[in-house]
Design a protein around this ligand. Sequence first.
Ligand code: NAD
Length: 338
Amino acid sequence: MSQSQQQNAPKGPSDVGIRIVSEALAEELVTRDLAFEAVEAVFAAMAREEARNFPVVREQLGHADAVYGFKSGFDRSGLVLGLKAGGYWPGNADKGLTNHQSTVCLFDPDTGRLAALVAGNYLTAVRTAASSAVSIAHLARKDAKTLGMVGAGHQSSFQLRAAVERRSFERVVAWNPHPDMLPRLRSVAEELGLAFEAVSAEALGGEADVIITITSAFEPLLQKDWIRPGTHIACMGTDTVGKQEVDAALLGAATVFTDEVAQSVSLGEAQHAVADGSLAEGDITPIGRVIDAQHPGRASDDEITLFDGTGVGLQDLAVAALAARLCEEHGRGESIAF
Ligand code: NAD
């Protein structure tokens, strides 16, 4: 074989590298703004049917009290193929680890070869916050000043930081079923230069222009009658059958948007309203249609808009692919033969 023939010969599997993106690198490279753009773009691709989520697998392990599963999909427009594997291990905190653990595998859509392994814990939080931020950017009133936070766990500070970048908020009102968790959220708000007040759930409904719910609740925390006309609500905590954060009647009174209708009606906040007949599946609009200008979004300053952010695999793949691409471009992260 001549020298040029050798150079052009197909590379064997041992010559092909996979990129490893650590938690630290993902956090350094994927900023809130970049995550926002990636999530917004993939929601629009979903609305154009250029990107598709595959059925979710979610199982009780019967070991370590853990819930484990996969979210996967393919974005034909961005050529992103992969899966997120992970779940919830309640005993991890005692071992000094995060209870939620996830890792993204990205594959070359032309060959099926594994292309990157991306740590998914930070990325899950930043993509979830980007999702509600996208809903605020496209659906909240432009003059929104008071942000209401229901929830004060791990995700809540990510949610707060991302939300305040989308409107000129001046004040945060917050309520949490466990009030002892609120000081951490207060310190984030104060770091961002925002006044912070812990209030009752009912008062929060009466004062907030935008509300984010991000709890593990299994019963409604906010009632329909507490919510003012013109409010935008991003329900982000309900991602499992049986969970619920707001009164089902509120979805009947609101104009409802979601990341993916199939998840919204099966495991998202809309599952209860659809089951009791206060909302029809056909009345739920994928937010990608608003982003893609196929739907006008908010119709008036008095309308209550509600975003059911269920969390889809394509969001995970979008931010993981971004992290892998930035590593490639900047020569960061290890590339190992596989
Ligand atoms: P966390 O464990 O850090 O915090 C839990 C929050 O829920 C706290 O505010 C806590 O006070 C509250 N809570 C706990 N048990 C409750 C109960 N029985 N009733 C009412 N409230 C209760 O969790 P986190 O990481 O902040 O996640 C919060 C929620 O968001 C979870 O339900 C999680 O599954 C969900 N989540 C959704 C997405 C998405 O894409 N939509 C992504 C990540 C997490």
